[in-house]
Design a binder for this molecule. Structure first.
Ligand code: NAD
Length: 258
């Protein structure tokens, strides 16, 4: 409940006042938590979604409770034509973007020996090519001083059994982030990545209990992250307070990866 519930008084703070943000895959999970945290900080928020229209519209309703503008825009981030259409809709309705969060992502876990071409390409197309497509299409709308934040993973830094496709895509995001930070610094646009550890969302819901217990045992903070733990760090990176942070990868993993 917490941040998603806003019955009578939605307390807002002003860290992102006057900013417009696009978050991909924001109908649920980490993306939705980021949308709510941005709205709480007074940003207008565009919710990109893939095929879950009802969830996306519910997220828009939650965001609007903070008195900011919001709309849901459908686009499969792995399809550049759909992404360009989304950018045109955004330009018409909001004119500019100050903050882009590349959050959309999927898993199709399998050992390399058993992994099909479809499982490899689906993950690379959504998790890595999606970041390229959306950033490329949105950059012309981005104002100087903008923020690009992509959700990587500690798996992209350290790898994981059964996740060659996911690890390759998430590691690719880190190389992309560091290179683009060098290209856009002169416009004062910062480009950063956040690498979550294990977060309570639908991606991890079906993980076997014994595996969850092992991960929690190995995590110094002894618990999984809530989506809001990731959203808080993303909101900081999106704010003026992080003006001198670029090309960084920030782990939000309870200490799991150090
Ligand atoms: P989730 O499944 O709850 O959310 C993923 C979102 O991405 C959904 O809204 C989904 O509709 C959207 N999406 C999927 N394919 C899409 C496409 N082609 N186009 C547009 N949107 C698409 O999972 P989550 O845990 O909230 O994941 C959010 C991000 O965080 C992902 O990039 C994921 O890899 C990353 N991440 C998650 C964890 C974790 O433990 N949950 C850890 C590290 C990184």
């Amino acid at each position: 409940m917490g941040l998603y519930m806003c019955n009578k008084t939605c307390v807002s703070i002003k860290m992102l006042k006057g900013k417009t943000a696009l978050i991909t895959g924001a109908s649920r999970g980490i993306g939705k938590a980021i949308a709510i945290e941005f709205a709480r900080n007074n940003a207008d928020v565009i919710i990109n979604y893939y095929n879950d229209k009802d969830e996306a519209e519910a997220a828009v309703d939650d965001v609007k409770k903070y008195g900011v503008k919001s709309m849901a825009v459908q686009a499969d981030v792995s399809n550049f034509d759909e992404v360009k259409r989304m950018a045109a809709i955004i330009q018409k309705n909001f004119e500019k973007i100050n903050i882009l969060v590349n959050n959309a992502g999927i898993v199709k876990d399998r050992t390399l020996k058993k992994m099909t071409m479809q499982e490899w390409h689906a993950v690379i197309n959504t998790n890595l090519n999606g970041v390229f497509h959306v950033t490329k299409a949105i950059l012309p709308l981005m104002r100087d001083g903008g923020r690009i934040i992509s959700i990587s993973s500690i798996i992209g830094l350290y790898g994981n059994f059964g996740q060659c496709n996911y690890a390759a895509a998430k590691a690719g995001i880190i190389g992309f982030t560091k290179s683009l930070a060098k290209e856009l610094g002169k416009k004062k646009i910062t480009v950063n990545a956040v690498a979550p550890g294990f977060v309570k969302t639908s991606i991890t819901k079906n993980m076997p209990l014994f595996r969850k217990k092992v991960i929690n045992y190995m995590t110094p903070l002894k618990e999984e992250a809530e989506p809001e733990d990731i959203a808080n760090v993303v909101a900081f990176l999106a704010s003026d307070k992080a003006r001198y942070v670029t090309g960084a990868v920030i782990n939000v993993d309870g200490g799991l990866a150090f």
